[in-house]
Design a protein around this ligand. Structure first.
Ligand SMILES: [Zn+2]
Length: 213
């Protein structure tokens, strides 16, 4: 997804649960994953190139950093780890065929609205039919330049990132499903942490000690 969309999704999902200071560090760390250093050689940050196991492991690794960071009074590191994991979780919906699979499982003739989409459908989340876009470098890199995109995309295979992504509204009506799924998944990732934390640890993580005293 475009960086501004990652930022918007993160703020929408988490704006009410973190302090503004915490939220800005989470957002900054989330969108930093799309810097060039996070794009090359890091399929696991973005669920690219069918790196399903590595991407899931990456989410787990980042989640596992949060509690120790809080215990070492490094709350900003905890927020940064959470920001990184939300980026990967959000890209799952934009870079894989999850939305397509979910829609194709609906009763024929039924087109549920994006708000009805289950971002963690147990039959689909680990489905062997899941695929994610492959990055056919160097040509794929040219698709990141808006003026060149339309000339390059027709020459790329249908399983490329360029054809499969739901990174922005330009990609058509399925984008809204990916967007809403990413908002809900981001909130789910917070809820998962919330469930495992004491109220004191949670207040520290949310940077909201007064409201949890
Ligand atoms: Zn990404």
């Amino acid at each position: 997804m475009l960086r501004r969309i990652h930022a918007e999704i993160t703020r929408r999902a988490l704006g009410k649960v973190f302090s503004p200071r915490a939220l800005e560090i989470i957002v900054a760390s989330n969108i930093k994953q799309d810097a060039l250093s996070g794009q090359l050689g890091h399929n696991e940050y973005h669920f690219d190139n069918n790196a399903f196991e590595k991407s899931k492991a990456y989410i787990e690794e980042q989640r596992a950093l949060i509690f120790p960071a809080l215990k070492h009074a490094e709350v900003e590191s905890a927020w940064a780890a959470f920001g990184r994991l939300t980026h990967t979780a959000q890209d799952f919906y934009a870079h894989t065929n999850y939305i397509d699979l979910w829609l194709s499982c609906q009763e024929s003739g039924m087109i549920p609205s994006p708000a009805e989409l289950d971002p963690l459908d147990p039959d689909l989340i680990d489905s062997p039919a899941l695929r994610s876009g492959k990055l056919y470098y160097p040509f794929e890199a040219l698709t990141f330049i808006p003026a060149l995109r339309k000339f390059v995309v027709p020459f790329l295979p249908r399983d490329s990132h360029a054809w499969m992504n739901l990174d922005s509204a330009e990609r058509g009506p399925l984008f809204e499903y990916a967007y809403q799924a990413a908002v809900r998944r981001t909130r789910y990732e917070f809820d998962l942490i919330e469930r495992g934390f004491s109220s004191n640890d949670l207040a520290l993580f949310q940077d909201s000690l007064e409201s949890h005293a």
